[in-house]
Design a protein around this ligand. Structure first.
Ligand SMILES: NC(=O)C1=CN([C@@H]2O[C@H](COP(=O)(O)OP(=O)(O)OC[C@H]3O[C@@H](n4cnc5c(N)ncnc54)[C@H](O)[C@@H]3O)[C@@H](O)[C@H]2O)C=CC1
Ligand SMILES: O=C(O)[C@H]1O[C@H](OP(=O)(O)OP(=O)(O)OC[C@H]2O[C@@H](n3ccc(=O)[nH]c3=O)[C@H](O)[C@@H]2O)[C@H](O)[C@@H](O)[C@@H]1O
Length: 443
């Protein structure tokens, strides 16, 4: 099949590479000539495990091309996949300008029957809008279809090659058949439905996962007050197959380019049809506060942070990605600086992208995890990179000016901490002070 992917961001690039891995000819189009140049030179412009070798092998076999020429890519394609961004507008609604511009450009290049599908996360009704835009410029036959994407950053290649399910929203049997044929090598779990339901499945899935996270974070906050351990609670809950074990990791809340954006967009979508989505509003509110638990714990440990040096492990919104969009670290660091702290930071992959988004003279950009700990009066773990999870805690303790460890992702066990003199502040689990090993005055 000849496929043209419009928008070579995270989703466009990963899906383009994976479709070519199945033997399809794929042209990835982007407006950004700099990005296309990097890709043509065989380099992946984002950090995503497993993507580079797949890109190299498919490009070498001539199945994968990168271009800024939408007209040529569309003219050659049987299937066009729109994967441009749908960032939030100030009121939370998804900004449709990139989708609309892409639809116009596609319309102008149409030269025969094609299926145009939208992979971007878009409000219900968007595919109909795309159909209308194309129809004003092109009078031939074509179909539109919704093809929501469920990949996660950091495991995007695996998620795409082995998805839990594929959802296809199609208005014609012909379009549904073409998309089924394309995806059957990935999985047999293919849900074919109407376009509006497919658009809704995407928002509902992200909103539900975000709800699970905010739910367990609230349980964690209560655990702290009643002396229970949220890890035990989540384990006990998750074994019930009706609940499921995933997305029950308490911590500092969800970040990233999707959950924060999509939950707010769904609240707006509901609002536009005069429905007050109270539950989802609470999910967003809980998430907004959860990150500041790190600061509460710092105050508990240090009284105040003014003039103190605070170490930060992890800037990206989750491990295995350099993406810092809506990362909890942004607001935590901003608040620490506002309160007069000096901050030392390190992230294995996210330093550059973070610095492009946020820089301040009070930040020291460290080259290694232990440099952050050295001389800091507390260390806060904000992203569970394996490099932090496997750190030598005795070395951490020795490096710190005060032995305070705030674990925003609950990565250490009490057994590990017990052997150290660290004062340990996890989320939703008992604070541990090994008082026999250091004097109370230090903390
Ligand atoms: N990032 C993720 O993990 C996931 C994202 N999504 C959804 O997929 C969509 C895309 O997300 P990302 O890949 O993260 O976006 P992104 O912002 O990384 O990439 C979008 C790309 O589209 C390009 N673009 C914009 N207009 C264009 C046009 N007219 N022609 C050609 N290129 C154009 C931009 O230059 C940019 O490179 C969004 O709706 C998002 O919600 C869905 C699942 C996962
Ligand atoms: O629409 C999207 O863009 C994507 O959004 C999420 O994927 P992603 O944001 O890449 O990453 P997740 O693994 O879902 O994590 C999101 C955030 O939730 C947090 N999280 C996740 C799980 C958990 O148990 N607890 C928790 O705090 C993570 O730390 C991270 O900040 C969804 O998982 C994907 O299915 C979806 O395609």
């Amino acid at each position: 099949m000849n496929i043209s992917v419009i928008g070579t961001g995270y989703v466009g690039l990963v899906s383009g590479v994976c479709y070519s891995e199945l033997g399809n000819n794929v042209s990835c189009v982007d407006k950004d000539p700099f990005k296309i140049e990097i890709l043509r030179n065989g380099r992946v412009p984002i950090y995503e495990p497993g993507l580079q070798p797949l890109l190299n092998s498919n490009a070498a076999q001539g199945r994968l091309k990168f271009t800024i020429d939408t007209v040529e890519a569309v003219a050659e394609a049987d299937l066009i996949i729109i994967a441009v961004g749908t960032p939030p507008l100030p009121n939370g609604e998804a900004d449709m300008q990139y989708i609309e511009a892409a639809a116009k450009e596609i319309a102008q290049a149409m030269n025969g029957y094609k299926v145009v599908c939208v992979k971007s996360t878009v409000p219900v009704g968007t595919n109909e809008r795309v159909r209308a835009i194309i129809a004003t410029h092109y009078s031939g036959q074509f179909d539109v279809a919704s093809l929501p994407e469920f990949l996660r950053e950091g495991t995007a290649v695996k998620d795409t090659l082995h998805p839990d399910r594929i959802v296809i929203g199609a208005e014609s049997e012909r379009a549904a058949q073409l998309l089924k044929e394309l995806h059957i090598p990935f999985t047999n779990e293919i849900v074919v439905t109407d376009i509006r339901s497919a658009e809704m499945i995407k928002y509902a899935s992200n909103a539900f996962l975000a709800t699970k996270i905010s739910f367990i974070n609230e349980i964690a906050n209560i655990c702290e007050k009643v002396g229970a351990d949220v890890i035990e609670v989540a384990k006990g809950m998750g074994l019930d197959r009706r609940i499921g074990a995933s997305f029950l990791r308490a911590g500092i809340g969800y970040g990233g380019s999707c959950f924060p954006k999509d939950t707010k967009a769904l609240i707006q979508i509901a609002g536009n049809v005069e429905y007050d989505f109270k539950l989802l509003k609470a999910v967003v509110e809980v998430n907004r506060h959860q990150r500041f638990g790190v600061l509460d714990k710092l105050f508990q440990a240090l009284d105040n942070v003014y003039g103190k040096t605070i170490g930060i492990w992890g800037l990206s919104f989750k491990p295995e990605t350099d993406d810092v969009r809506e990362a909890p670290a942004l607001e935590i660091i901003d608040r620490l600086i506002e309160l007069g702290a000096k901050v030392k930071v390190y992230d294995p992959k996210g330093m550059e992208s973070f610095r492009r988004m946020y820089d301040h003279p009070s930040i020291t950009w460290c080259e290694a995890a232990m440099d952050v700990a050295q001389g800091s009066e507390a260390l806060c773990l904000l992203t569970e990179w394996s490099e932090f999870v496997t750190a030598d805690l005795a070395q951490v303790e020795a490096a710190l000016a005060r032995p305070v460890l705030i674990d925003g992702r609950n990565v250490f066990s009490l057994d590990q901490i017990r052997n150290t003199g660290l004062a340990y502040y996890p989320v939703g689990r008992p604070v541990f002070h090994n008082k026999s090993q250091y004097s109370q005055e230090v903390i």
